[in-house]
Design a binder for this molecule. Structure first.
Ligand code: MLT
Length: 398
């Protein structure tokens, strides 16, 4: 049947598109007004110097016959795969370079990777969740089982929280840690439990590690592959968007261990087969820029940028503490997930903040029903705007 009728099951439009439509309408009615943007997690700082230098050099390489590159290897340039592999190995995670695949970013990859897992599957999605997980599975026609997170489980639901656990056999389990939108982070013990559950059910964990670089607490795991057994049940999807300001530049990476097999098929080899058919890879120039993130100087420079976002988070947390508003996140993640004041609904609070203080955040309901009554702030804005927003919040809600 043409077209794909699953599209009928999607919401009319995507969360961040809805928000931008609302904000644009407000701007049209209030010409010249300054908007404090803390909605979508888009970075405000430019790429670091080390990346820019590598990008410029790569552009020059493309201008000379001797250094010019045509098609790139579909799974990633050797220099890029090695740079990422070294990054993991420097943290004691022994992956091989050919277990790393380049991508044009985590959001694309989180949908594309479903190619590996087959049709008519059951996907377990912990909500509130990044809405692309849900949409990709709806488009694919998968059955979605939602697992609600809330204050009562610290926004870190466990296998024992799964409704009808004895009768459910998920094929795919999404875990995002540090979490978007709640900022909650699984510790090793809890992640081990999920790994054990996935192995027991023959499920594959899609581990979204896009925010790993924001973890401050040393004891918390940055990668699912820090957990024993994960090499038999997990795929890790990572992005340079937030870590290194690549939201507009686009580059990420995916780790698929060669030990990951299901029904006698090897998922790493399957992804090689998929990529060689479906993509011509990521451009030479972008991969050169991305590889520069993993040099010693690149790491030092991106950490300077992350510090700026962490200061933003502290500034907002201080304001919420002062107001006595409950929240999670901010410390090990670039998102702050707060309870809406005065029992307001999350879209109601969105409208209130926009009209009274010109602040844009993201309504929790956009991340799933159980996000109703919550609101997310991104800490990727400019320090000036974040400070002013914090002051406005205190004035408005104090
Ligand atoms: C977000 O705001 O949730 C993210 O920026 C969206 C994304 O990474 O695509």
């Amino acid at each position: 049947m043409i077209p794909n009728e699953n599209y009928k099951n999607l919401k009319d439009s995507y969360l961040f598109y809805n928000i931008s439509q609302k904000v644009n309408a407000f701007i049209r009615q209030n010409e010249g007004v300054h908007i404090y943007r803390m909605g979508i997690g888009d970075v405000s700082l430019p790429l670091c110097e080390e990346v820019i230098k590598a990008l410029h050099k790569a552009v020059n390489d493309q201008s000379a016959k001797e250094t010019f590159h045509g098609y790139m290897p579909e799974c990633g340039a050797d220099f890029f795969r090695k740079a990422v592999g070294d990054y993991y190995r420097s943290r004691g995670i022994l992956i091989a370079d050919d277990e790393v695949f380049v991508s044009s970013g985590a959001s694309d990859e989180l949908g594309d990777i479903l190619d590996l897992l087959g049709r008519d599957k059951t996907a377990l999605i912990m909500e509130p969740a990044y809405p692309a997980y849900v949409d990709a599975n709806i488009i694919w026609g998968n059955r979605i089982v939602r697992l609600d997170a809330g204050m009562e489980n610290g926004f870190l639901p466990m296998p024992s929280d799964i409704p009808d656990r004895d009768n459910l056999k998920p094929d795919i389990i999404y875990i995002c840690s540090p979490n978007n939108p709640t900022g909650a982070v699984y510790d090793r013990e809890k992640l081990s439990e999920w790994v054990g559950y996935a192995i027991k059910n023959d499920a594959v964990i899609l581990f979204d590690a896009a925010y790993e670089a924001f973890i401050e607490d040393e004891a918390l795991p940055h990668s699912i592959f820090e957990i024993e057994g994960a090499e038999k049940c997990a795929i890790e999807i990572c992005s340079l968007s937030k870590t290194a300001g690549f939201t507009g530049t686009r580059c990420g990476y995916t780790v698929i261990p060669k030990t990951l097999e299901r029904a006698g098929m090897n998922l790493n080899s399957m992804w090689v087969r998929n990529r060689t058919t479906k993509t011509n890879g990521v451009s030479y120039i972008i991969q050169r820029g991305a590889a520069a993130v993993f040099t010693e100087e690149g790491q030092r420079q991106i950490k300077e940028n992350i510090k700026v976002y962490k200061n933003n988070a502290r500034c907002l947390m201080k304001a919420l503490d002062r107001l006595g508003i409950k929240y999670t996140g901010g410390k090990n993640a670039p998102y702050i997930w707060m309870q809406c004041p005065g029992n307001m609904g999350s879209w109601e609070f969105f409208d209130y903040l926009l009209s009274k203080a010109q602040i844009v955040g993201t309504p929790g309901e956009g991340f799933g029903k159980c996000g109703e009554g919550y609101f997310r702030f991104s800490t990727f804005g400019s320090p000036e705007d974040t400070e002013e927003s914090a002051a406005r919040l205190v004035r408005l809600l104090g």
